[in-house]
Design a protein around this ligand. Sequence first.
Ligand code: GLU
Length: 322
Amino acid sequence: MAATVAGAAARYRGRFAPSPTGDLHFGSLVAALASHADARAAGGQWLLRIEDVDIARVRAGASDAILATLERFGFTWDGPVWRQSLRGDVYAAALERLHALGLLYACACSRRELAGVKPGAIGERVYPGFCRDRALRPGFSQAADSGFAWRLRVPAAPVGFVDRHYGPQSQDLAADVGDFILRRRDGLYAYQLAVVVDDAEQGISDVVRGADLLASTARQIYLQRSLGCATPRYLHVPVAVDAQGNKLSKQFRAPALAGDPLPTLLAAWRFLGQPAPAEDPASVAAFWAFAISSWDPRRLPRAPVVPAPPTFGGRPAPSPQR
Ligand code: GLU
């Protein structure tokens, strides 16, 4: 019924949330394309959020460059662009709430103390809980560089969810991650906290992003539950890797998206397992009309990582000269 369809469309809110650490590359384009096509195919909204919470990693000019590239590639977004660097007070309030619930503790572990900790099943160091029962009681102040990080106590029970593409997932946070950091010693808020607070406040119904973040999703869902926020639907899409199997990134010198957007959009479309149009679209607008009408996430490749086409594949940074 038309009313039901319109109702569903009104509820869909997607987002793209790049970190401005460098230019957009093929890997980030793939995630943006999937998220935009999924939102627009559902008649939904698509929001843009600059995840510059880790100010030390922000590259000057990168956020403007990302917006300009998205525009050139025909992306359209709804409402103003959010910037995490302006939202410290909101993250502080969320942290206070968790603190009042008794879910946080202060951690004084130094990098050196944690250096010998072994990575767990998902390749991350599992925090062994050294400070969990130390009952350090520094004031819960927002002052930067208080010398303490703040960690969230995680439960011993598994956290499960059903990914729209990869199906049922389950993670034992205690075994795979341990109590994780929400505010660092230097006073900066962690991605996991900022992303959960912002997804909730922006009313995001559907998160579409790279499969490298599948392993973060259980942490985010546990945080949503702790804060009393709704859990969005999740659709993770394959991540583009270079010839050495590294995720495309600035670190591995993935090339920025230069030149004619059309062939690049078509390459990203094919990367996502979507069939090429019968005829090459004449314009970026024509590409999007085609993409939005034919997007089908059931065609996504099963593998969580897929090699990027060679032109977009990046190359490893040269090893330092000795
Ligand atoms: N800011 C993250 C990144 O650029 C994406 C986070 C997300 O989509 O949840 O990898």
